[in-house]
Design a protein around this ligand. Structure first.
Ligand code: FES
Length: 120
């Protein structure tokens, strides 16, 4: 199937760390900025259908011993679902604790200050 590129807005409107929902051809996507890179994922959690755009972009707790302070790793790489806390790798869309569950990831490119998402 051929892919189709869609202009989803000015890159400057996608601030680093923020989650922004856009609708493209009837598909809800959540778009986020990670430094110079932009990522789009389906805005639908595979667990029970929460909008991931209402979640949080951050990290994941690292292993620790009882009594130790919780520390986080992979900062900016993990999108946490707002309903039950499933965590998704924003690069692959895979759920960290449920690798069989996955959110579709769409390529985003920046061109002349605009963002284009590729749907296939
Ligand atoms: S709906 Fe996302 S973790 Fe339950």
């Amino acid at each position: 199937m051929a892919s189709r590129a869609h202009d989803i807005g000015a890159a400057a409107d996608f601030a680093p760390g923020l989650l922004r929902r856009v609708d493209v051809e009837g598909r809800a996507l959540v778009v986020l900025c990670r430094g110079e890179e932009f990522v789009a994922l389906r805005d639908l959690c595979p667990h029970q259908g929460a909008p991931l755009s209402a979640g949080e972009l951050g990290g994941t707790p690292l292993p620790c011993q009882p009594g130790e302070p919780i520390q986080y790793g992979r900062i900016g790489e993990v999108l946490t679902c707002p309903w039950h806390g499933w965590e998704f790798d924003v690069g692959t869309g895979r759920a960290l604790a449920h690798p069989q569950a996955r959110v579709r990831v769409y390529p985003v490119r920046r061109e002349d200050g605009r963002l284009w998402v590729e749907l296939s």
